[in-house]
Design a protein. Structure first.
Length: 325
């Protein structure tokens, strides 16, 4: 996306006590802004069409930003807040590779011009994520809106709760279950890795020191390891590698095909084959040509977008997404 994953697996987050453990989302609905700002989504989409025409590579990072927001404190826009002393979520090492904050500010400015004080930053993230999927050829889905923005953003929350890409299946499903998401959601949302890139540092252990003995991950295809080593040298912190080689800007099921060939970039990708539900989903999509993947992704995104939301009189509607009112 340039989906860089600086030592964090974007979709898979273990949230312990930071958000409610069910993705319920009371108060959200499709068309929430129909009366107070009827053209809200059109305004967002207009800005994003211009952005993606100039830089489609931002589609991945902006999709990832919505995940990073929702999986720490819930979908409350806390990932967007700045901190003078650099102690906000965005300052945490796992989030330093995020890009596109200026795009969110651009969208917010356009909305404030037409509908001041109406559309939340957390809803903007959800709509932009959907537009990123569509811009790369994914299926359109309706976004529930009505979220309000939180006021707390702590570096430690992100640092302590974002799972590394070295996670095994048990750890991944534990994190998802805690948020009301299931194994199918895990398989589906992991499919978002079809767009974007990752820093070498997020998977270099699989290439050079898998068990602490200067070895490689035996579950990874040897030819793929050789190819990755040609791109990523030991301790490389800057080089970017496509998570879905050759299809990095196309929302498709090629990512699933790579996993079955032992070419998933992360340990957490390959772990999807270690469970009957996730493995069956992957095989089914490959068998039917991804016939339901677009629809399924929209369903799971909406479900994820309900995690820990603030609605009604809770929270605020920020005038600027990077600071509290």
């Amino acid at each position: 996306m340039s989906m860089t994953f600086a030592k964090v697996f974007c979709f898979l987050v273990l949230v312990q006590v930071l958000v409610p453990n069910l993705a319920e989302g009371q108060g959200l609905k499709v068309g929430f802004y129909a009366k107070p700002c009827p053209n809200a989504e059109e305004i967002v989409n207009g800005v994003m069409k211009t952005v993606f025409k100039e830089a489609l590579s931002l589609s991945g990072p902006l999709l990832r930003m919505h995940f990073h927001d929702c999986f720490v404190r819930g979908c409350d826009g806390s990932i967007l807040l700045n901190s003078v002393n650099k102690t906000a979520e965005k300052d945490s090492p796992p989030n330093l590779s995020l890009r596109g904050f200026g795009v969110i500010d651009r969208v917010k400015a356009a909305l404030e011009k037409q509908c001041p004080g109406v559309v939340s930053c957390s809803d903007i993230l959800a709509i932009v994520a959907r537009d990123a999927v569509v811009a790369t050829g994914g299926q359109f889905y309706n976004v529930e809106t009505g979220r309000r923005d939180g006021s707390v953003s702590l570096l430690t929350d992100a640092l302590n709760n974002l799972l590394p890409p070295t996670s095994d299946f048990a750890t991944l499903i534990s994190g998802f279950t805690a948020l009301g998401l299931n194994a199918t959601d895990l398989a589906v949302l992991s499919g978002g890795h079809t767009i974007g890139t990752s820093h070498c540092s997020s998977f270099s252990d699989r290439l050079y020191n898998f068990t602490g003995k200067n070895d490689t991950d035996p579950s990874m295809d040897k030819n793929y390891i050789a190819r990755l080593k040609s791109r990523c040298k030991i301790n490389d912190q800057t080089t970017l590698v496509e998570m879905d080689p050759g299809s990095v800007r196309t929302f498709d099921i090629k990512y699933y095909s790579l996993i079955t060939k032992r070419r998933g970039l992360f340990t957490s990708d390959q772990a999807l084959l270690n469970n009957t539900v996730t493995k069956s989903y992957i095989n089914a999509q490959l068998k039917n040509g991804g016939a339901t993947f677009g629809h399924d992704f929209g369903v799971s995104m909406v479900k994820m977008g309900r995690i820990g939301v603030l609605t009604g009189s809770s929270g605020q509607i920020r005038k600027f997404c990077y600071k509290n009112n």
